[in-house]
Ligand binder design. Structure first.
Ligand SMILES: [Mg+2]
Length: 171
């Protein structure tokens, strides 16, 4: 794997269900939904933003929970209801001004594959489907919703020699 593929990455584009969550959606009687996010993923996203990176979300479903989590973490680009992810990915590129090779995309299921094949670097998670694992450049050790995003951010920041700067604040 060419180290440049890591060095070029400026935008981290994430699927939600199965990547930022464990893929489970709980329903309450009143129709509301519950999703659970990992705090270490959230901290990782903050480190990524602090290091000068940007974050995008491209999800097939639609929920206020995602908007709330995105706002909380300072995620600038949010695309929901993306039944086809590739057109939204192209929209993201033109809106953000980033090039394909500057984007790392993380997905766990078939709808993610077209974007995974287009971007500069792609990851899937340990509980991603086999086809996503075949296409992805890397598969995380962690599962979705359980630190996979944190693992990816640490990997990229270490390759970009930026992780030590993050650690400096705490040691
Ligand atoms: Mg998914």
């Amino acid at each position: 794997m060419d180290i440049n593929r890591f060095e070029n990455i400026k935008l981290l584009a994430l699927d939600v269900d199965g990547v930022l969550t464990d893929g489970k959606i709980s329903y309450l009687d009143d129709g509301r939904e519950i999703k659970s996010f990992d705090v270490k993923d959230g901290a990782g996203i903050k480190y990524w933003l602090r290091s000068g990176g940007e974050v995008a979300i491209i999800t097939g479903r639609e929920s206020d929970i995602v908007l709330r989590r995105a706002k909380e973490l300072g995620i600038k680009y949010v695309y929901q209801g993306a039944k086809d992810k590739l057109p939204r990915f192209e929209e993201l590129l033109s809106t953000s001004g980033f090039k394909e090779n500057e984007v790392c995309y993380v997905g766990d299921d078939l709808p993610d594959i077209p974007v995974m094949r287009r971007c500069g670097l792609s990851f899937t998670v340990d509980n991603g489907v086999d086809e996503a694992k075949d296409v992805a450049d890397f598969t995380t050790i962690s599962t979705g919703g359980n630190g996979a995003v944190r693992e990816i951010i640490e990997t990229i920041l270490k390759k970009q020699q930026k992780w030590d700067l993050i650690l400096k604040r705490y040691f």
